[in-house]
Design a protein around this ligand. Structure first.
Ligand code: SAM
Length: 211
């Protein structure tokens, strides 16, 4: 399984890419904003675990046992539990979490919409998705380059820079509260809100018809 193999080289390569570019610092700033009961999708080797604040309860899921083995060695101020699970079919009831975290996960997984819908299902109304994902950069030449590179990286790690993750989230019921671009937008840091009440309940009249 490719993520089991990747687990041996993932962290050294990531550290080389993330530290000089400021991505590691942005990770820390994003993750320390997690609140309440948190689900982290594709937790990988647990790079985010040391950045969670005290008092939060984190459930980290990943499909790769080897990745989880590495994550289990990480320290965290938060209460962490790690389990093998598939983000395409999360083993949690609706409205279970206050915060969802996805870093370099939605840009990796082919079934993005299925996963976004699952995230929304398990988030409580008013819940927050904290995401840091590869996306198409603003500069057209850089975009063309990363588009081509995605043909290779998507085969090796799944990573691709072709999907605008912010747009995907909006199309699937989230609103974007905050967006920060790194590396010309090739990496985006997003805070997205899931408001379920707006959708109403079956049989309920739309708000403007209610008196
Ligand atoms: C690029 S790594 C990102 C790891 C971590 N989020 C980070 O920021 O370093 C993607 C992770 O997603 C996991 N993954 C891939 N498909 C998955 C799925 N369907 N369900 C859960 N995890 C999955 C992989 O095993 C891998 O650990």
């Amino acid at each position: 399984m490719r993520y089991d193999i990747a687990s041996y080289i993932y962290e050294p390569i990531n550290t080389l890419l993330e530290v000089p570019t400021g991505i590691r610092k942005a990770r820390r700033e994003l993750i320390r904003r997690a609140r309440g009961k948190v689900i982290e999708l594709g937790v990988g080797t647990g790079l985010n675990l040391p950045f969670y604040p005290e008092g939060v309860e984190v459930v980290g899921i990943d499909i790769s046992e080897k990745m989880l083995e590495k994550a289990r060695k990480k320290r965290s101020k938060a209460k962490v539990s790690l389990m093998k699970a598939d983000a395409r079919k999360l083993p949690f009831p609706d409205n279970s979490f206050d915060t969802a975290v996805s870093t370099f996960f939605l840009c990796v997984i082919p079934e993005k919409e299925v996963v976004v819908r699952e995230i929304r299902r398990v988030l409580k109304s008013g819940g927050v998705l904290l995401a840091m994902e590869c996306s198409p950069p603003d500069n057209l030449l850089f975009r063309a380059f990363l588009n081509g590179l995605s043909a290779i990286t998507s085969r090796i790690t799944g990573t691709n820079f072709r999907t605008d993750i912010g747009k995907l989230l909006v199309e699937n019921g989230f609103s974007i509260a905050r967006e920060r671009k790194l590396a010309n937008g090739a990496v985006r840091v997003l805070t997205a809100l899931s408001q379920k009440e707006e959708e109403g309940y079956p049989g309920e009249e739309p708000a403007e018809l209610q008196r």
